[in-house]
Write a protein that binds this ligand. Sequence first.
Ligand code: 7TS
Length: 412
Amino acid sequence: MMKAAEELRQDFPILFQEVNDEPLVYLDNAATTQKPQAVLEALEHYYQHDNANVHRGVHTLAERATHAYEASREKIRQFIHAKETAEVLFTRGTTTSLNWVAKSFGDAFIKEGDEIVISYMEHHSNIIPWQQLAKRKKAVLKYIKITPAGYLDMADAQKQITDKTAIVSIAHVSNVLGVINLVAELAAIAHQHGAVMVVDGAQAVPHMPVDVQALDADFYAFSGHKMCGPTGIGVLYGKRQWLEQMEPVEFGGEMIDFVHLQESTWKELPWKFEAGTPNIAGAIALGAAVDYLQAIGMENIHNYEAELVAYVLPKLQAIEGLTVYGPQNPQDHTGVLAFNIDGLHPHDTATGLDMEGVAVRAGHHCAQPLLKYLEVAATARASFYFYNTKADADKLIQAILATKEFFQDGNF
Ligand code: 7TS
């Protein structure tokens, strides 16, 4: 059993404030999550006691900083079940991680006419790096369809992934449809055709157990700030066999072994990819976030969020004129709930909810091809995390009804 959400909330000082004279109900967790006291303390502790550059000094503070930074890498390795820490690279976040794969793996392995397969439900960060790679290499970018019920179309995946496919890159969980994609099956299909499997795990790692080896992902990307960690730190997992063959994306200090006038050699993995002074405090605080999440248990978090969805999704579906996107079965829907209300612009919905203290996002959620596919310009989106309660869900429903009434009665 995990601690009750009511108890876990106490660890998040930011949640205890009023917005527009109402208690804050934070439901924008797909954009970024809040930070527990333990993560805030890890940041402060580092800067108050251990601040020094890593991998360079022999003095005590430098050793402490280096130890904490590398200990954090080991925590992340365990968290995602990577084989070795050499396969865990610190980046700025999911976007940087995916760009590194597209640039470095792409430059090394993609040839003219090769195919890169993504899907219609990808975040822009898992589209544009591949578009750019396709342009550089004259490769072909293809999209897997979505079924009318809001799932990735696995039959279409079988069709799109062929012997010409070099890369398949898919979100583990969609940041709009809230659906969990069958990435292990996709990896198996990709591998049958000699392609690599890249997974955008930004919306998965914070919410469920992830085992990169069980998924057989070649690369797996995620962000610290969506899992209780700070902004500006994230991870790229890559199988050693690929990372060994890839060139660093950036060059400079920290990543070199020997520098001669015309030639240089790189450090071994993972450091060859980490040029310049890294986000040391961010990496250490991400380690604290991993400790925090593991103390709760990722299986518990996943089950609790499923319980919240089972509670709130039918209530949303019951509101007249409200459409929820993605699977309609609560069992197949994560806590990312994008919706629209007939006759209301999603920005008005979000503004109305903010007046009630409820923070949701409105817009295209960096997934314009998906919204075009769904034939909507924008949606509102409520996204839950383990510190949200059924009372938060009730407040969302009540605030939607109030907003609907306010705008639809035209008394504004
Ligand atoms: N991939 C997915 C599936 C995402 O949801 C996001 C961020 C990213 C990649 C990019 O992550 P970043 O940390 O590098 O920015 N998604 C959202 C969102 O849905 N609302 O704000 C950010």
